[in-house]
Design a protein around this ligand. Structure first.
Ligand SMILES: [Zn+2]
Length: 147
């Protein structure tokens, strides 16, 4: 095998593996469970009452909150009732898993793209090379005409 053919075959093999990764990833995102567009955070609470222990640095909680990123770039916190916690936690985890999967999909696609670009470059001739070749041919032609 020539060096070029070896390089092309290695590139193709890498793409085959990445496509397998992508297939698995896409399958895992295909039928997601129910989600909520937020993450769960446990935060301390300060009631503000005079003489309370939280005033002395011993806050209440921590309590569960949904941390939601709003369009304006602000974060809104929503208290989660204890009776909802189990369900909300599962939905927030599924959302995180899904978002993580989408980010990985972008990464895999980017890698495949850059490998395809390498395959293109190995199969691609520059116009300058073509011009160079044509010029020498023309010089040769004019030289033979002079004879
Ligand atoms: Zn307090």
């Amino acid at each position: 095998m020539t060096a070029n053919r070896k390089a092309l075959s290695d590139l193709r093999q890498k793409i085959v593996w990445l496509r397998e990764d992508r297939k698995r990833l896409e399958d895992s995102l295909f039928r997601p469970k129910k989600m909520i567009r937020a993450s769960l955070a446990f935060l301390p609470n300060y009631c503000g009452k005079k003489d309370c222990r939280c005033k002395k640095g011993f806050p209440h909680g921590p309590y569960p909150y949904l941390s939601e990123r709003r369009k304006e770039g602000k974060t809104r916190m929503t208290y989660v009732k204890k009776s909802d916690l189990y369900e909300i936690k599962a939905k927030a985890e599924e959302y995180a898993r899904f978002q993580h999967g989408l980010a990985r999909l972008t990464k895999i696609n980017f890698k495949i793209r850059s490998l395809l670009e390498k395959i293109r470059d190995l199969n691609c001739r520059e116009v300058d090379e073509y011009r160079g070749g044509r010029m020498t041919e023309r010089k040769k032609a004019s030289r033979s005409r002079r004879k």
